[in-house]
Structures are given as structure tokens and as C-alpha cells.
Ligand binder design. Structure first.
Ligand code: ADP
Ligand code: MG
Length: 253
């Protein structure tokens, strides 16, 4: 229990009576890389919305590092150490790769925190050069972001998240629309990041899930249907039923 970065109990989110999440239970160890799959409308994005504080639970609790985050605003939760990558890259297209990363390292915000006497939890050892290496864009540092491929933009945005030194990274469908080669690179990046972060990845590309996954949780109708290795969940009759017998590679989240 103590080593769980996330501990979620009986989580219910109702939108006008419709339960997007329904008594969901979920826990994840610190340092884990967890993949979440599930059919369209299963509640995957809502799940991330609750963890980041964008949506408040109707019932239930979300504990992050042992702390109930219910009464915290989105920006406070981000500051507590949760970083989220949305599906479409949110990078500044008219700035270079290096400039985008520099903004996320964000000295002005750190200065304000210092002036307000807040503890700056960001480790000093994150450097621009180190970030460029992490995301494998050393050669593209001075290139404008609008010149980057879709996959390179995704990696840049992941780098921008890492610059903020989150403990938990939430990544929503990072390889949608990428070539096989780019997909593989994003996968390797997430595997590398998982050495020093806890990571939740939502994805439906099963080839990619096979590349990165250790443990998979399947969401269905707002609850966790089953959890296990990729083989376990793919062979689980309940999962096959939910995906209506289609090959899971063809199912879009
Ligand atoms: P997924 O990401 O797994 O496709 P979502 O979390 O986006 O699923 O949505 C789960 C269900 O909740 C869907 O039926 C969706 O229509 C509904 N839903 C999501 N957000 C809202 C909202 N703000 N208001 C009403 N219904 C919503
Ligand atoms: Mg979604």
C-alpha cells in the first residue's frame, strides 16, 4: 500500500446520471509502467481527467502518493507531481525544439515559486541537453517545431512534460497516426522514462502495447474489467466478449 503512487477506490463519475466511471478500483505501484486499454466510451479519458483534477469524482477517492487529491485544483495537482500528455501535440510550432523545452524548464515560474517561498521540488539535474538526448532530438534542437514530423512532435511534448519533473506521467494515445518506426521510438522513450517515473499509457495499438506493456488494465463501462499481462487479458473471455470478437488491433479507443 505504502509504495502505491496511485490508490483509487470506488470511483464514480456521473454526468447527468450517466456513470462514465462506476465504482472503479485501481492501484499502481511507484515506478510502474501501466497500460490501459478498453473500447470506445469505456471511460479512459475520464479516468485521466479525474486523476488530474479536471473532473471531480461524484463518489470515491483518488490518493496520489498517499494523499487524497479531492480538494486540490488542477494546477495544484500538477504541481504535486502529475504531468499529462494529451493526444494531439501541444507544442509551440513557431519556436525551435530547444526553445520549447526551455519554456517547460520555466525559470520565470521557478522564480515566482522562490519569491513566494514555495519549495522548488524540481531536481537541478534536468538540463536542456539532457532532455534533447532523452527524446532523441539532439540533431533537431534548432529546428522549428513546425518542421518536425508528427512523431518528433510527440517526443518533444513528452520532453516538455519531463522538464517539469513529474512523479507520474499520464499519456493519452501517444502513437495514434504514427509510422511504425516512430511508434517504436515513442515506445522506447516511454520504457526509458519508466526507469525514473511512474507512467500510465492509454493506447489501443496492440502492437505498441505488446512492445511496452508489463501490466495491462482493461476498462469497460467505467470499471476495471480485468488486469494482467498482455497474454492474460487477450485470452480473457470477458475481454474478447467486450471487443465483440474483433481482432483487438482493429478496435479503436
Ligand atoms: P474513452 O476515453 O474510454 O473513449 P470517455 O472517458 O471519453 O471514454 O467517455 C466515457 C463516457 O462518458 C462516454 O459515454 C462519454 O460520452 C461520456 N462522457 C465523457 N465526458 C462527458 C461529459 N463531459 N458529459 C457527458 N458525458 C460525458
Ligand atoms: Mg478517450
Amino acid at each position: 500500500m505504502k509504495n502505491n503512487i496511485l490508490e483509487i477506490e470506488n470511483l464514480t463519475v456521473s454526468f447527468d446520471g450517466f456513470k462514465a466511471l462506476n465504482q472503479l478500483n485501481f492501484s499502481m505501484e511507484t515506478g510502474e509502467l501501466r497500460v490501459i486499454i478498453g473500447p470506445n466510451g469505456a471511460g479512459k479519458t475520464t479516468f485521466l481527467d479525474v486523476i488530474t483534477g479536471k473532473v471531480k469524482p461524484t463518489k470515491g477517492t483518488v490518493n496520489f502518493k498517499g494523499r487524497n487529491i479531492r480538494n486540490f485544483a488542477e494546477h495544484e495537482i500538477a504541481r504535486m507531481g502529475i504531468g499529462r500528455k494529451f493526444q494531439t501535440p501541444r507544442v509551440y510550432l513557431n519556436l525551435t525544439t530547444r526553445e520549447n523545452l526551455a519554456i517547460s524548464l520555466n525559470p520565470s515560474k521557478r522564480l515566482i515559486s522562490t519569491l513566494l517561498g514555495r519549495r522548488n521540488s524540481r531536481p537541478k539535474n534536468i538540463t536542456l541537453a539532457g532532455l534533447l538526448e532523452t527524446i532523441d532530438l539532439m540533431e533537431k534542437g534548432d529546428v522549428l517545431a513546425n518542421q518536425l514530423s508528427h512523431g518528433e512532435k510527440q517526443r518533444l511534448e513528452i520532453g516538455m512534460l519531463v522538464a517539469q519533473s513529474p512523479d507520474l506521467l499520464l499519456v493519452d494515445e501517444p502513437v495514434a497516426g504514427l509510422t511504425d518506426e516512430e511508434t517504436e521510438k515513442v515506445g522506447q522513450l516511454l520504457i526509458n522514462l519508466a526507469e525514473s517515473h511512474s507512467v500510465v499509457v492509454i493506447e489501443h495499438d496492440m502492437e505498441f502495447v505488446r512492445q511496452i506493456a508489463r501490466k495491462v488494465s482493461v476498462l469497460h463501462q467505467g470499471s476495471v474489467l480485468c488486469e494482467g499481462s498482455i497474454q492474460d487479458v487477450q485470452n480473457d473471455p470477458r475481454v474478447i466478449e467486450v471487443y465483440l470478437g474483433q481482432p483487438m488491433t482493429d478496435v479503436h479507443a
